[in-house]
Write a protein that binds this ligand. Sequence first.
Ligand SMILES: *Cc1c(COP(=O)(O)O)cnc(C)c1O
Length: 396
Amino acid sequence: MSDSKSTDLIHHPYQAPGDFESPVVPVCKGSTVYFPNMAALRQRQWVDKSAYTYGLHGTPTTFTLEARLATLEGAQHVLLAPSGLSAITVVNMGLLKAGDTLLLPDNVYNPSKDFARHEMAAWGIGHRLYDAMQPESLAQALDETVKLVWLEAPGSVTLEFPDLPALVRTVREKAPQAVIALDNTWGAGLAFDAFALGEGLGVDLTIHALTKYPSGGGDVLMGSVACRDTALYEKLAWTHSRLGLGVGANDVELVLRNLPSLPLRYAAQDAAARRIAAWAQTQPQVARVLHPALPDSPGHAHWAALCRAAAGLLTLEMDPRFSAAQVDSFVDGLQRFRIGWSWGGPVSLAVPYQGGAMRKLGSPYRGTLVRLCIGLEAVDDLIADLAAGLARLDGR
Ligand SMILES: *Cc1c(COP(=O)(O)O)cnc(C)c1O
């Protein structure tokens, strides 16, 4: 021991043996990463993930989550972002420049539209909306300025399931210069294979809100971008790095911890949502139930042709005789369903939306919609809660 305990506590000679193994991935923290010498500092590479250079560029913990997500998605490369929305915005910023156009389905996750309307527009990047249920509408929106086409399946809130192979084929034929990106949060890498939609057909990249099913706890915000092509990955990785996007090691730990139970949770929430959807269809206060596995839900045939599963979301199109205020009090009165954004956690959630105001290209939905995300409670308790709420709506 030297005289200086402060120095010794920092530059301590003890090295724990390196062969510790347990089911848990170590939480490696560090902004600074040490280099053994200057040659290492000059040579080390983070873009190909062959080494560590700086906390923002990856740690064993983040590289491990990225590798597991790549397996889940059938991709080669994954980047982590601080939220699902930031995964969307880093793709837009990485792939578009002034004069380019991006296309969004009219039923896309709404903040994605807002980003295009505000930031992208201010930077001279145009956007157009298309009707995802009409491949012809996408074909008409394509021209040589389109460099990025977003897909989402199913649509946000209204859950229409598009003909993904037809949409991808349309872009490949009419706008081969465009990158095709899919928001695959609903599918979670489990419902269908985004990179293998058919013979030689797949999207170029996907994003996920890991906030939802992969986290599973309602307590983490994180996103991911996944792709197969190395050049596309490197382009996005440099943008990601220049934007300074990082994720916290403890949040990565939570996602790593919950990932092994993802298929089980997803299957349970899928089964529960289908039971609730089938029950809700028989209720006189509900005009229609939107859930892609129901035969009369928009795009059911496309869902059936592509998917193995259906997540835990459904939307009730309430009978138009109920006012928005009445539907608000139906939601207020629910006991098990809490009111809140997001989904994928253990707690069931309900949020009302005005059907007619949802879409720019015209909405086929009348009255008020109630989006339900099903958690992990006993299904009978959730049905009893909804049944009591519907009875109150009818003044019973
Ligand atoms: C929640 C969600 C996002 C955004 O994720 P955040 O982590 O909340 O930013 C993006 N797309 C879809 C489809 C989502 O459901």
